[in-house]
Design a protein around this ligand. Structure first.
Ligand SMILES: NC(=O)c1ccc[n+]([C@@H]2O[C@H](COP(=O)([O-])OP(=O)(O)OC[C@H]3O[C@@H](n4cnc5c(N)ncnc54)[C@H](OP(=O)(O)O)[C@@H]3O)[C@@H](O)[C@H]2O)c1
Length: 316
C-alpha cells in the first residue's frame, strides 16, 4: 500500500534567496517543507513549513528532520560576494559548504531514513574564466584552480558520498540568479535609481544567468524525475554580455531615460578587491545537458527574464 504522507522536502539554507522562492513553489505543488537552519525564526508558523535546527560547526542536526524527509535540497553556504575575501572569510565560504555536506552525509549514514534524492547546489564558479577561443563550458570540464573553482570542487566532492549511500544525487552548477528579492539584480539596479546604467569594465564579459523561477522549477524537476542524476549546469540557454544585461535592464526599468556609464576595471578592483574578478570575468556556460534531460526553460532570453521580473514583483 502506498504511503499517504505528504512528501517532505528538507531544504538546507532554505531561509535564503533561492530557498524562499523554492519553498513557495513546493508548497503550491503540494509538498511539505522542512527548513534546516542555524536559527529558528521568530515569525508565526506558515502551514506546510516546519523548521529544524543544525549546527554545522558542531556537526549536530535534528535527527527527526532526516528521518521524516523524502528529498533533500542542499542550498546552505556563506554568501560569496557579500563580504571581503579575507583568509578567515574564504575559510567560512568553503567550510560552510564542505562541513554542511559532511554533516548531511554522516546523517544519511547514521539516521534511519527513506530519503530518495539529494539535490545539491554548486556554481558555475567551477569553470573559472572562459578559455580562448570561447566554447561554452560543458559539465565534463575539470574544475578551475582559482578560489571559486576549488570551492566548488570541494563542495561537490563533499556531497558525492550521498550517491554511494544509494541516494540519487543531482548537482546544479548555478549561474547568476536573477530575482527581485536580492542577489546580483538588486546590485545592478542600484545606479539605475539615478538614471545611470553601470557597465562593468569593458562590458564585454559574458554573464551566464538564470531566472529564479526557472532555477526553482529545475530543482523541482530534479526531485520529480528519476532520470535526472549527476551534474547539470543551471543557466539559461542564452548567456549575454554585461553590457547587454545592463542595457536590457535599463530599458525595462527606465525606458529611454538612462545614461550608460562605464565603471573602469581599476575602480571595481579598488571597491571589491579580489571579488572584482568575479564581475569582470567572462563565463560562457552551456544549458544543453539539462535541456536534453527534458527540462524546458520558461525564460530563454535576458529580455524575457527581465521583463517578467519587472512586471511581476513576486513571480512565484
Ligand atoms: N544567488 C546566486 O546568484 C547563486 C548563484 C550560484 C550559486 N548559488 C548558491 O546557491 C545557494 C543558495 O543561494 P542563495 O542566493 O539562496 O543564498 P543565500 O540567500 O545567501 O542563502 C544561503 C543560506 O545558507 C545559510 N548559511 C549562510 N551562511 C552559513 C554558514 N556559515 N553555515 C551554514 N549555513 C549558512 C543561511 O541559512 P540559515 O541562516 O537559515 O542557516 C542562508 O539563508 C548558495 O550556496 C549559493 O552559493 C547562488
Amino acid at each position: 500500500m502506498q504511503s499517504l504522507k505528504t512528501p517532505t522536502i528538507l531544504i538546507t539554507g532554505g531561509t535564503g534567496l533561492v530557498g524562499k522562492a523554492l519553498t513557495k513553489l513546493l508548497l503550491r505543488q503540494g509538498y511539505a517543507v522542512t527548513i534546516l537552519t542555524r536559527r529558528l525564526p521568530r515569525h508565526k508558523q506558515i502551514k506546510g513549513i516546519s523548521y529544524a535546527l543544525w549546527d554545522v560547526k558542531k556537526q549536530q542536526i535534528d535527527k527527526t528532520a532526516i528521518a521524516e524527509a523524502d528529498h533533500i535540497v542542499h542550498l546552505a553556504g556563506a554568501g560569496v560576494v557579500e563580504q571581503k575575501w579575507t583568509p578567515a572569510y574564504q575559510k567560512e565560504i568553503v567550510e560552510s559548504r564542505t562541513e554542511s555536506s559532511r554533516l548531511l552525509v554522516t546523517s544519511l549514514e547514521s539516521i534511519p531514513n527513506t530519503i530518495r534524492s539529494v539535490i545539491s547546489m554548486s556554481a558555475i564558479g567551477w569553470y573559472g574564466p572562459d578559455h580562448d577561443p570561447v566554447k561554452p563550458f560543458e559539465e565534463s570540464e575539470p574544475a578551475s584552480t582559482d578560489f571559486l573553482g576549488e570551492t566548488c570542487r570541494l563542495w561537490e566532492a563533499g556531497i558525492d558520498p550521498a550517491s554511494v549511500l544509494g541516494k540519487r544525487l543531482v548537482k546544479l552548477r548555478t549561474g547568476i540568479v536573477l530575482a527581485n528579492e536580492g542577489g546580483a539584480l538588486a546590485e545592478f539596479k542600484k545606479p539605475l535609481r539615478f538614471g545611470v546604467a553601470g557597465i562593468l569594465g569593458t562590458g564585454r564579459q559574458i554573464v551566464s544567468w538564470i531566472h529564479i523561477e526557472d532555477l526553482c522549477r529545475m530543482i523541482l524537476y530534479s526531485i520529480e524525475n528519476e532520470n535526472v542524476q549527476g551534474v547539470f549546469n543551471a543557466v539559461a540557454p542564452n548567456p549575454v554580455s554585461n553590457r547587454e544585461l545592463t542595457v536590457s535592464l535599463a530599458r525595462v526599468s527606465r525606458g529611454k531615460f538612462f545614461v550608460p556609464v562605464r565603471v573602469p576595471s581599476f575602480v571595481l578592483k579598488l571597491m571589491l578587491g579580489q571579488r572584482s574578478i568575479e564581475v569582470l570575468k567572462s563565463a560562457t556556460v552551456s544549458a544543453r545537458k539539462i535541456q536534453e534531460a527534458g527540462f524546458a526553460f520558461g525564460y530563454q532570453t535576458i529580455d524575457e527574464a527581465l521583463q517578467n521580473l519587472h512586471a511581476v514583483r513576486d513571480p512565484l
